[in-house]
Design a protein around this ligand. Structure first.
Ligand SMILES: *[C@@H]1O[C@H](CO)[C@@H](O)[C@H](O)[C@H]1NC(C)=O
Ligand SMILES: *[C@@H]1O[C@H](CO)[C@@H](O)[C@H](O)[C@H]1NC(C)=O
Ligand SMILES: *[C@@H]1O[C@H](CO)[C@@H](O)[C@H](O)[C@H]1NC(C)=O
Ligand SMILES: *[C@@H]1O[C@H](CO)[C@@H](O)[C@H](O)[C@H]1NC(C)=O
Ligand SMILES: *[C@@H]1O[C@H](CO)[C@@H](O)[C@H](O)[C@H]1NC(C)=O
Ligand SMILES: *[C@@H]1O[C@H](CO)[C@@H](O)[C@H](O)[C@H]1NC(C)=O
Ligand SMILES: *[C@@H]1O[C@H](CO)[C@@H](O)[C@H](O)[C@H]1NC(C)=O
Ligand SMILES: *[C@@H]1O[C@H](CO)[C@@H](O)[C@H](O)[C@H]1NC(C)=O
Ligand SMILES: *[C@@H]1O[C@H](CO)[C@@H](O)[C@H](O)[C@H]1NC(C)=O
Ligand SMILES: *[C@@H]1O[C@H](CO)[C@@H](O)[C@H](O)[C@H]1NC(C)=O
Ligand SMILES: *[C@@H]1O[C@H](CO)[C@@H](O)[C@H](O)[C@H]1NC(C)=O
Ligand SMILES: *[C@@H]1O[C@H](CO)[C@@H](O)[C@H](O)[C@H]1NC(C)=O
Length: 549
């Protein structure tokens, strides 16, 4: 699902929770705006799955918890929750396999009905494949606008209850003659990333409705200050790129934070052509935004979205000038390196910094100028007027509301221990990344991560709950394969698989049989997918319909 999304002025791949939704803490407003306006479209794909799988709605209660004060004032209203399905492999007795689409419009997940794990599972089990949208995303909005008051029904608990309600009530068009509700038929849930944690909680909370679940890259532990996002990138990224980035970011921080001298700061910003960015943190955010594209790496070249990561790395690791235009800045850069505490390393850092300046110029500064925008409107995150907009078209509000209220995952530089050089600037603090929480939702307190972690966090477990993670995933520190999680032994009942070399839910996407090659999918991905098909088949042998119990 790592589609490269071109948003507005900038074509950036940035740290996201799920690619395709393009979220990261402190997304410049220019990108939020573009998100609000556009429905991300599938690209680089085969037959347009939207024509193969028509959308359907199921009417679902807006408020499943009439007894909880959090949702006051309550409502008895309902809304349309969107879903798609493929019953072409279905045979009576087969399961319903629900791919929970998470914090993104559901149509971005439609390719998985055609190929990838969902398709493989449906085919292998004579099941029905379903993509189910999450409330407040895509077209599944329960309220007429996205005011803070009306967002009160956007909690993980309410969305989990929707998913259970779906299984208990759906009538699939064309299959009206069959009762395909839970618990009459086995329901299996799959999700990646936020949705991976979501289906893990689903299995724990609704074990009689969902017979099994596979959480892939499931971020089962909500963490407010999630600086650890960058740790796997440091550990597995190209070492020269990582080391040069750490040192250059340290130069920037030594100037912005250590020296705190307005003239020097302005000289630094001017060197990058970003002198009109008012806030120093917004400036540092631009320089920090490329490393997160590591998450967009995918084994399928048609899905891979890591191009900007490697372009960026190519520039900051090159030992020769990639563009002669910046050569005239050589002395200025040497001087800035010295001012930032690296006068002793100007030999190795001058060329990388000159190349970085040019890279930022080409990718950020020039496109912004070409659009006739101010630099604050392109790169800024401080704009209470923008965040105050809450009509139904401001769809950028949903995920920030969830992370401001419950999930956290603010990807800071400030959280790094003082003994380690961060990969992004230390000016990216909790306070900075929470601007949106205060300005958009009037939230000034930390998120209620306990509302999430009460389900078990790192050590969540349940029978027929599989936890599949990627070794090199920036989200692994929030999964059951985090170094902070207990080690487990994988069993058929509770599969626990770390995919070697993988990044974010690499088991989710797949190829048509006529597209596979000797190396695609890579062996660890193919092995994980085949293990998943195999343990789900095994689980289904344990299924007994209630009437036959
Ligand atoms: C589903 O519901 C949405 C929102 O109410 C509506 O716009 C859409 O037309 C409905 N789709 C179908 C297939 O009924
Ligand atoms: C509300 O009802 C649900 C389900 O019946 C229950 O699990 C929950 O504890 C109740 N909450 C409160 C605050 O009473
Ligand atoms: C919802 O319906 C129940 C049962 O009819 C009723 O007691 C309750 O007052 C209604 N709630 C609202 C908010 O209308
Ligand atoms: C399906 O069966 C359940 C009982 O197992 C029943 O409550 C429900 O009404 C049935 N649904 C349909 C659409 O027939
Ligand atoms: C920088 O200096 C200003 C005023 O001199 C001060 O208000 C601010 O707190 C300082 N910032 C840091 C990061 O030390
Ligand atoms: C910066 O602002 C000045 C003054 O408004 C303007 O003349 C200049 O074109 C701007 N430069 C850039 C790169 O945006
Ligand atoms: C930069 O200039 C040098 C010397 O003129 C030349 O050899 C080199 O090819 C140029 N590099 C680029 C990227 O244009
Ligand atoms: C250069 O100075 C920096 C900052 O004082 C220090 O961290 C680094 O180790 C030094 N590098 C070398 C090669 O001595
Ligand atoms: C802040 O956002 C508002 C509303 O989108 C916009 O009109 C204004 O130009 C923005 N201000 C800056 C400095 O970008
Ligand atoms: C923001 O929240 C505070 C504290 O909950 C409250 O007193 C204030 O009225 C709220 N402001 C707005 C604009 O809603
Ligand atoms: C977890 O167990 C596996 C298999 O025994 C072992 O290879 C790995 O080193 C263990 N990890 C930790 C963190 O103990
Ligand atoms: C490969 O298989 C898919 C699915 O069966 C089919 O739609 C597509 O046309 C095939 N491509 C080629 C090049 O044969």
């Amino acid at each position: 699902m790592a589609l490269k999304i071109v948003l507005g002025l900038l074509s950036l791949s940035v740290p996201t929770l799920v690619e395709g939704s393009n979220w990261y803490a402190s997304t410049p407003i220019s990108q939020l705006k573009a998100k609000g306006q556009s429905t991300e479209k599938l690209s680089k794909r085969d037959a347009n799955p939207e024509t193969l799988y028509p959308a359907h709605n199921i009417s679902v209660p807006i408020d499943h918890f009439q007894n909880e004060s959090l949702y006051e004032p309550h409502t008895n209203g309902t809304f349309n929750l969107r879903y798609w399905f493929d019953a072409s492999y279905y045979a009576p007795g087969g399961p319903v396999i629900v791919l929970e689409s998470g914090e993104d419009t559901g149509d971005d997940r439609l390719p998985y009905l055609q190929k990838g794990l969902l398709h493989q599972l449906a085919q292998a089990t004579n099941g029905i494949g379903v993509v189910l949208e999450h409330r407040y995303y895509g077209q599944s909005f329960p309220t007429p606008d996205l005011s803070t008051k009306n967002l009160r029904f956007l909690t993980t608990d309410q969305a989990l209850a929707d998913t259970a309600y779906f299984a208990q009530n759906v009538v699939f068009p064309g299959l009206e003659d069959q009762n395909l509700t839970a618990p009459n038929v086995p329901y299996i849930a799959y999700g990646g990333s936020y949705a991976g944690a979501f289906v893990a909680f689903l299995r724990v909370l609704y074990p009689d409705v969902y017979f099994g679940a596979i959480g892939s890259s499931g971020v089962v532990e909500a963490i407010w200050d999630y600086w650890q996002y960058f740790q796997p990138i440091i550990d597995y990224g190209p070492s020269e790129c990582i080391s040069n980035t750490q040192r250059l970011i340290n130069v920037v921080d030594n100037i912005l934070i250590g020296r705190n001298d307005t003239r020097l700061t302005n000289q630094l910003k001017r060197a990058f052509g970003l002198q009109n960015v008012t806030y120093n943190d917004d400036f540092a955010n631009v320089l920090s935004s490329y490393v997160g594209a590591w998450q967009g790496r995918n084994w399928d070249p048609a899905v891979d979205a890591s191009e900007s990561f490697y372009e960026y790395c190519g520039n900051v690791s090159a030992s020769t000038l990639q563009f002669n235009a910046t050569a005239k800045q050589t002395r200025n850069v040497q001087w800035l390196l010295k001012a930032g505490g690296y006068g002793n390393e100007t030999d190795s850092l001058t060329t990388p910094m000159l190349n970085l300046i040019n890279y930022i110029n080409i990718n950020d500064v020039q496109p912004c100028a070409a659009e006739g925008q101010t630099q604050d409107s392109c790169f800024g995150t401080h704009n209470a007027t923008f965040y105050a907009q809450d009509d139904i078209t401001q769809s950028w509000r949903s995920w920030p509301y969830q992370y401001c209220t419950q999930w956290g995952f603010l990807q800071t530089g400030s959280g790094f221990p003082s003994t380690e050089l961060p990969l992004v600037s230390r000016t990216l603090t909790l306070e900075y990344e929470s601007i949106i929480c205060q300005d958009a939702f009037n939230i000034t307190t930390p998120p209620d991560t306990d509302a999430i972690n009460k389900y078990g966090g790192f050590n969540i477990s349940y029978d027929r709950l599989a936890l599949i993670d990627g070794e090199q995933d920036p989200w692994r520190p929030a999964t059951a394969h985090s170094p902070a999680a207990n080690n487990r032994t994988s069993t058929t009942d509770e599969p626990y698989i770390q995919i070697a070399g993988a990044v974010h839910h690499w088991d989710e996407n797949g190829l048509f049989p006529n597209e596979t090659t000797a190396t695609l999918p890579p062996a660890p991905v193919a092995a994980a997918q085949s293990a998943e098909v195999s343990f789900v088949k095994q689980w289904l042998t344990e299924w007994k319909a209630p009437t036959r119990r």
